[in-house]
Design a protein around this ligand. Structure first.
Ligand code: NAI
Length: 215
């Protein structure tokens, strides 16, 4: 399947297609037209066709999309056909909230360990996963083929800890700390900023008010 030159904007939309198609599958829907998918997702049908054409289309004239096939193919594109072992560094409010969210596992993100520096958290279990101290980290990462680390620690510590993770074989960081990590190019970093999403919400509230005042 051709995947060259696909814009990040398209890639960012794929998880949403994947989620909707998963819901359709759960509801026993076998095929769907781009028009029906468009109504459901509130995205134009031409956007859907354009996005999916990046990967060879998947659709058939007069038939629409085979939901299971499309779901599986998008899953492959997103790298979800294999499991990813994950750890969380920082078992505070956010780290514990992430650890408590079981649905990541349904997508193949397996929480193997949780780490912190606070001795009071040592051995406390979250959904059966014990919080460990950072001195166990190196050995743990090596023994458990950990690929992804979620960083939910204070930003002042994030760069140092990210380097430690990379030195021990972690190849992807899900970074919640509000700082740039500047890691080598072979390390994949996904920065998450809930406040940016909230600002987007605020912008949309303002825009909605503006438009409805004018009309
Ligand atoms: P918190 O203070 O509840 O938890 C931080 C935890 O990190 C504590 O348990 C602490 O002992 C641990 N820690 C500190 N240094 C460490 C180290 N070197 N190694 C391992 N563990 C260490 O803080 P909270 O609310 O959970 O936030 C965590 C981080 O996530 C902060 O940097 C915060 O700014 C950020 N955050 C980001 C959000 C986002 O949308 N990106 C949303 C909320 C928080």
């Amino acid at each position: 399947m051709e995947e060259r030159g696909i814009s990040q904007a398209v890639i960012r939309r794929l998880p949403r297609y994947y989620r909707y198609l998963g819901e359709l599958l759960e509801n026993g829907v076998e095929r769907i037209s781009s028009n029906d998918l468009s109504k459901k997702m509130k995205v134009t049908a031409s956007q859907i066709r354009q996005d999916l054409n990046n990967f060879g289309g998947f659709g058939q004239q007069g038939y629409g999309y085979n939901v299971k096939y499309l779901y599986t193919e998008i899953g492959k594109i997103l790298g979800l056909e294999e499991d990813h072992n994950m750890i969380i560094i920082g078992a505070g409010n956010l780290g514990q909230a992430l650890a408590n969210y079981a649905a990541f596992e349904n997508r193949g993100f397996i929480l193997k360990g949780i780490f912190d520096v606070n001795p009071r958290l040592n051995g406390v279990s979250i959904r059966g996963v014990p919080i460990r101290m950072m001195d166990e980290l190196k050995e743990f990462v090596r023994n458990n083929e950990v690929k992804i680390a979620a960083l939910t620690i204070p930003k002042e510590k994030a760069i140092e800890v990210a380097n430690l993770l990379v030195d021990n074989g972690v190849c992807a960081i899900w970074n919640f700390a509000h700082t740039d990590l500047n890691l080598p190019d072979n390390i994949i970093v996904e920065n998450v900023h809930l406040s940016e999403s909230l600002m987007q919400l605020s912008y949309n509230i303002s825009r909605y008010r503006q438009e409805h005042k004018e009309s």
